[in-house]
Design a protein. Structure first.
Length: 318
């Protein structure tokens, strides 16, 4: 099975998004969107300033978020790329609410806490986006929450799916339950962490776990789950797919491997100015004996690794 993964998609400053053409040419069966599927703010370019959405009324916040999803849906290269393929998506900060947004730890006055009323609203509109990814309508549906008032909380966005009897993908929610970054604080929340740990395939007969995270392990380092996840890798084969940082790379954390693919679509001039990357995606090939991870930039595979499933050892691949 072939799985494509990517993150950080800016439809305002890159409305064409040519990288989807290169991704589709690799003929993945499954696509994973790893957060920042839209940008509520960015701080540069034609966007609200970072944190700006926190100053909007619920109705204006709703209008801005819904319009952002609709704008992404109008990108023809995106719609063409996902046609006939399963797509699963998670969020990170810019599509959760605003830059560095989190759902817990309200007592820390740093401006990053997202009040429950905004969280309920963003969760409902994200659910609509997920349904659009599944149903593929010609036109993005109208906003069902135009007044911004959502009383029912749909909860976290996390879930696990089986690609095969011995390969499981764990899509995580790194924002709804995140506390302020501090040693001893939580990224996933205790309930999500317990569910994730219980859902991990044990390292028997090459069983593999693919963890999808909006943020990299470098960000996890500030939370309790960082060491917990590395410890869990002693008994489970773990590959993390991450986004956020507008770079690509492959890192080793004990027996946990991490492949980062970001960004898919960012403004070219701004990307060059900041020394970052755009038109980035990853291709994960899942075979009986090994996983192969390739990282692509501007239509070319730049680096690749092979992870032997029996030994869970990673080596550069051709």
């Amino acid at each position: 099975m072939r799985v494509a993964f990517t993150s950080c998609i800016d439809a305002i400053n890159d409305p064409e998004q040519k990288a989807w053409i290169a991704l589709a040419a690799q003929q993945p069966e499954h696509i994973l969107l790893m957060g920042d599927c839209i940008y509520m703010d960015y701080g540069m370019g034609d966007h609200l300033s970072n944190g700006g959405p926190s100053q909007l009324s619920l109705a204006d916040f709703s209008a801005h978020m819904h319009a952002s999803y609709a704008r992404q849906w109008r990108v023809k290269n995106f719609r063409d790329a996902i046609r006939g393929r399963r797509v699963d998506a998670i969020w990170d900060d810019h599509d959760f609410a605003w830059n560095n947004g989190r759902g817990e730890g309200s007592g820390v006055a740093d401006g990053n806490y997202v009040p429950r009323s905004y969280r309920r609203l963003s969760r409902a509109l994200f659910q609509q986006f997920r349904e659009v990814l599944r149903d593929r309508p010609e036109r993005y549906p109208d906003n069902p929450h135009a007044d911004g008032d959502v009383q029912h909380d749909l909860g976290g966005i996390q879930y696990s799916i089986d690609l095969a009897p011995d390969v499981r993908i764990h899509l995580t929610d790194g924002r709804s339950f995140r506390e302020a970054p501090s040693l001893g604080f939580s990224l996933l929340g205790e309930a999500q962490w317990k569910d994730l740990k219980q859902a991990l395939h044990p390292a028997i007969d090459g069983a593999a776990n693919i963890i999808v995270s909006g943020t990299t392990m470098n960000d996890w380092r500030r939370y309790t789950e960082h060491n917990r996840l590395i410890d869990a890798a002693t008994n489970a084969n773990l590959l993390m797919l991450s986004g956020d940082i507008h770079e690509y790379g492959f890192n080793t954390h004990g027996r946990l491997f991490e492949a980062t693919a970001s960004a898919m679509a960012q403004p070219p001039g701004l990307t060059r100015l900041l020394g970052k990357k755009s038109e980035v995606f990853g291709i994960l090939d899942i075979g009986v004996e090994a996983l192969r991870v390739g990282l692509w930039h501007k239509g070319k595979e730049k680096r690749a690794w092979r992870i032997a499933r029996e030994t869970w050892v990673a080596m550069p691949a051709k």
